[in-house]
Write a protein that binds this ligand. Structure first.
Ligand code: PEP
Length: 256
């Protein structure tokens, strides 16, 4: 089953207008004349209008880091899916571990965000992953399966035809410690199998991407794994040459 590789940049709470422009220009220059995978740039919400303009007439796609469940109303500080769509977003990250850990988001809320995203035509990038303690206690499979199952229960397997799952072990995010290619593959396989139990064809098409200290040096061996379909990149996405190098390494599988 051919799945187009997807590499998403999560800028988190970084950037300013001038830096954003410089980063995108350098990235585009570095990617010119190279076969590239599907590349999604997720800036902080306030810069979505700027990035919509910067990405116009390029192959880079705009995504958001978060959204709220409701379309509109008295929800001070929140941004809705129709607002993201209004600025040209096509993807939105849902359930990032920083949202789960720092902002108390649970599987129920994350499933509601997943539904809200799709209601406005956005593809959710659903993040799942275990903590260090959970891995050390042998709970990785249980945790990841339960996180996927909770959303699956709420949205139904059909919804995964227009979604991406990002396996992001919490212990690997922003730590410089990457899951080994074998560790990543084994969890990606488990995620695909969880979806396949309900629909094999959707599971076969589903992109399962890896996140957690992906860099220019480890991208090739990660993408070489059969169930790794791309990456969600934090820190390294803020350095044009590093992110371009990850995209180049990951384009190879797409064109294999
Ligand atoms: C992330 O923000 O989702 C992430 C994986 O960050 P980093 O690449 O910095 O580990």
């Amino acid at each position: 089953m051919e799945r187009r590789v997807l590499v998403a940049a999560n800028w988190k709470m970084h950037g300013q207008r001038l830096q954003n422009s410089a980063l995108i220009s350098a990235l585009l220059a570095s990617l010119a004349r190279v076969d590239i995978p599907e590349i999604v740039i997720c800036p902080p919400g306030i810069y979505l209008p700027q990035l919509q303009t910067e990405l116009e007439n390029t192959e880079l796609i705009l995504g958001a880091q978060n959204l709220f469940t409701q379309e509109k109303g008295a929800y001070t500080g929140e941004i809705s899916a129709p607002m993201l769509a209004d600025y040209g977003c096509r993807y939105v990250i849902v359930g990032h571990s920083e949202r789960r850990c720092l902002f108390g988001e649970d599987d129920e809320l994350i499933a509601d965000k997943f539904v809200a995203a799709q209601s406005s035509g956005l593809a959710p990038i659903l993040c799942v992953g275990e903590s260090k303690e959970q891995r050390e206690s042998g709970l990785t499979e249980n945790i990841v399966t339960a996180q996927v199952a909770k959303v699956l229960q709420k949205v139904g397997v059909g919804a995964f035809a227009n979604a991406v799952i990002a396996y992001e072990p919490v212990w690997a995010i922003g730590t410089g410690i990457t899951a080994s290619p074998e560790q990543a593959q084994s969890v990606h396989e488990l995620i695909r199998a969880t979806i396949a139990r309900q629909d094999e064809s959707i599971a076969g098409q589903l992109r399962v991407i890896y996140g957690g200290s992906v860099n220019a040096a480890n991208a090739s061996e990660l993408i070489a794994q059969p169930d790794v379909d791309g990456a969600l990149v934090g820190g390294a996405s803020l350095v044009a040459e590093d992110f371009a190098s990850i995209c180049r390494s990951m384009s190879k599988k797409a064109n294999a």
